[in-house]
Design a binder for this molecule. Sequence first.
Ligand SMILES: [Zn+2]
Length: 169
Amino acid sequence: MDVLTHALWPYAVTVKHKRWRKWAALWGMFPDVGVLPQLYFLLSNYGTKPFRGVNDWTSVLIPASWMQPYYTTHSFVTLAAVAGLYWLWKKRWAWPLIIGWSSHILLDMFTHGGVYANRPLYPLSNFSIEGVSWADPRIFIPNVIALVLVYGYFGWRRWQRNRVVQPHG
Ligand SMILES: [Zn+2]
């Protein structure tokens, strides 16, 4: 999914927790730092040329070793390891991290294909689902509609709460 979607869904899920929601949104975006090595590879080898006129990103050849950071940040195994370390350190669960990060993997594992198909159990397993791209209108448009409905509801509720009750004249 796009990075905004990855921030907005975990924020919506944790909206009642004022101290969690911003962190949940940040951790929701975090796994995509795993694409930076591929961007670096493309820029250093081809300049900006491949960024123009590429319709099918899965056709852009990136060596397997440059894909590993992407698979690593999009894996429940990595998430479990980081959440486990946090628990050992603080003796409590990092819920914004767990909610944000897992929502990212759950959304991406069904909406990517080719080399960018997520491997949710990497490096234990290379299992992946050949999903429908998040940029496909069948995914993209319902997602935008759902986000508008959910955030519209939040806005409406806020307006209801803040509405000043007029005294009867
Ligand atoms: Zn992602």
